[in-house]
Structure formats: C-alpha cells, structure tokens
Design a protein around this ligand. Structure first.
Ligand SMILES: [Zn+2]
Ligand SMILES: [Zn+2]
Length: 322
C-alpha cells in the first residue's frame, strides 16, 4: 500500500495517521490526538505509532515506523489533548523521529497580550523543547521538508506556488482557516466563555495529495466555508476521500453533498470511535447513504443507530486505502 489512513480509537474525538509508503520508506503524519483525559487514548495512539515488525504488517507492505509530522487542527480538547499527552510522554523520542526534519502544523496564536487558552499555551511550550520539530503556522508561511527521501510541501492557500513534480512529493494544501478567522479568534482569546463555533471555524481544513490521489480533511470546520474556499481558489481536481466535518454534526455538514457532487467524491470517512446523540447526526448519515454509490468508513467498534446496522454502504475498518 502506498497511501493509506489508520484511524485510532480515542473515544469521542479525532485521531488518525496518514501514511505514505514507497517500498518501505515512509512518511507518517499524525492528525490530532483525541481528548486528554481519556486514559485509553494515549495507549492506543502509542500502539498505532510505535515501530512494529509483525508479519501481518509486512504482508501488507506497511511495517509501522515512528511518525514524522503532527497536525493539530484546533485547540478543542478532543483534538489537541492527546497530542499534549504524547509530546509530554517520557518515551516520546521512540514515537516521533526527532533525528531528522519533522514538523508540527499548529496555529498557536502567539500573542502575549491575548493568549490565554490553556492547552494551546502548554502545547506551544512543549514544542519549544524540541529543536528539530519545526512549527508551521499555516496562515503565515509555506514550508518544505525532506523526510526519508520524500518531499513534504505544506502550502498556505494565499501563497500557492508551482512545485517541481517529483516522484515522492506529498503536498498538504491548507484551505482554512483564513487569517481573518485567526484574528477574530485572537480577539476572543481572553474571554472566559469559549466561542465554540469560532474555535471550530479556526480548524485546519486541508487537502493531501500524493501520487495523483487527493483527500480532503475537514476537522471541525464547516463544509459551507470549505466549499466556498475551494471555489475561490478554483480548485479543479477530484477527491478520492473526504472526511465528515465535526464528527458528523448537522450544521457543519450542510453542504457536504454539494461538495461531493462538485468534486466527484463517493467515499467518506468518519474517524470517531464513540458516538453521541448528535454526532454523527442521522440526518447527515441518511443524506449520504441515500445515494447507493456512496461509501462511509468508520472505525471498528463505533456504535451507530440500529437503522444502519445492515447497511453495506458502511464499512467498519481501521485502515482506509486511498
Ligand atoms: Zn471535535
Ligand atoms: Zn472542535
């Protein structure tokens, strides 16, 4: 397998690893880490990212290696929490390859006058302890990394620039948040009561492209805004997989079918291991599954309402090949 996603059981929250493999040379990127307080979550993350040499993995040509990059999509606990735990872990160097270039994509909102969101500050302090771990703030910079023979290119949307096509090129195109969203969030940084909609609007939404395949990862952002942004930048490729936004909630996924139509996508992933009454919303699931050609990937063990029990459009798997 060349390009695949492994979803990690972290209960209610997101955590998954994007894997790129060329004959055993790999780049692995962890996206989010689920909530900080869930005791099983750090074990499951570590199990997923520790180097293993099992026969099963070798059969799949996907022997696991430590990770080379992290994406922290936003500061909600069900995303940032597990990453804090991982970076604070005494064995962290076993899990992240700090011997060469590695990166963390995180809009840390550094401004001593306004910063006050506790987990964001803690993460920033921890990142400072690792000199090889480059911090990428998506609203102000583009970055390139050479990792295990791959070129990883992180592009902020206002600075799209041509890239020399090469064999092992991984492109991460950041769609959202826009700088103005970050600015609005910073203004509210010190307010005691969190503006949860605004925090979700600050979620990183991005496209990952490798070997001509493209996936769209929305995190907790809104498909109405993502669609608008794709149209603004005249994005003209198709998507092989997209992610349900905000754990399948109704307001964030209002425009998901429009987006799927426009970009010819029939495969959806929901990296959520524990559902709640509105996550995922049955309205959203019904809308997607109404079309027999659509396929939804959920982690093994996710409990959905019984009306979806026999749906052959839902695949309960932890690994999705792109
Ligand atoms: Zn969330
Ligand atoms: Zn959120």
């Amino acid at each position: 397998m060349r390009f695949y996603i492994e979803m990690i059981n972290v209960g209610f929250g997101d955590s998954y690893v994007i894997n790129f493999n060329n004959e055993g040379r790999m780049v692995r990127i962890l996206v989010d880490g689920g909530p900080e307080r869930n005791p099983i979550n750090i074990d499951n993350i570590m199990d997923m990212i520790q180097p293993t040499h099992s026969e099963e993995n070798e059969d799949h040509g996907c022997e696991r290696k430590s990770i080379n990059g992290i994406v922290v999509t936003h500061i909600d606990d069900d995303h940032i929490g597990g990453v804090l735990k991982l970076l604070n872990h005494s064995d962290v160097e076993k899990y992240i390859d700090l011997s060469q270039d590695c990166f963390i994509i995180f809009n840390d909102l550094v401004d001593p006058a306004t910063i006050s969101y506790k987990q964001g500050i803690r993460l920033k302090k921890i990142i400072d302890k690792f000199p090889n771990l480059s911090l990428v703030r998506t609203y102000e910079q583009n970055k390139r990394f050479e990792i295990n023979g791959f070129e990883v290119c992180v592009r902020g949307i206002n600075k799209l620039e041509p890239i020399n096509k090469q064999e092992d090129l991984i492109i991460i195109d950041i769609l959202l948040p826009l700088k103005e969203t970050i600015k609005r969030l910073m203004k509210k940084w010190n307010v005691q009561k969190k503006d949860s909609k605004l925090i979700n609007e600050s979620s990183l939404s991005f496209v990952v492209n490798y070997k001509g395949r493209s996936i769209l990862l929305s995190s907790d952002n809104f498909y109405s805004r993502i669609l608008e942004q794709l149209q603004n930048i005249k994005f003209n490729s198709t998507f092989d997989l997209i992610m349900l936004a905000h754990h399948g909630s109704i307001s964030n996924n209002e425009k998901i079918l429009n987006l799927m139509d426009e970009y010819h996508c029939k495969q959806i992933m929901l990296p959520l291991s524990k559902s709640t009454s509105h996550h995922p919303s049955t309205v959203v699931l019904d809308k997607i599954l109404e079309r027999p050609e659509n396929q939804l990937f959920c982690p093994v063990g996710l409990h959905l309402l019984s009306n979806y029990k026999d749906s052959n459009q839902i695949k309960f798997v932890n690994l999705i090949e792109i």
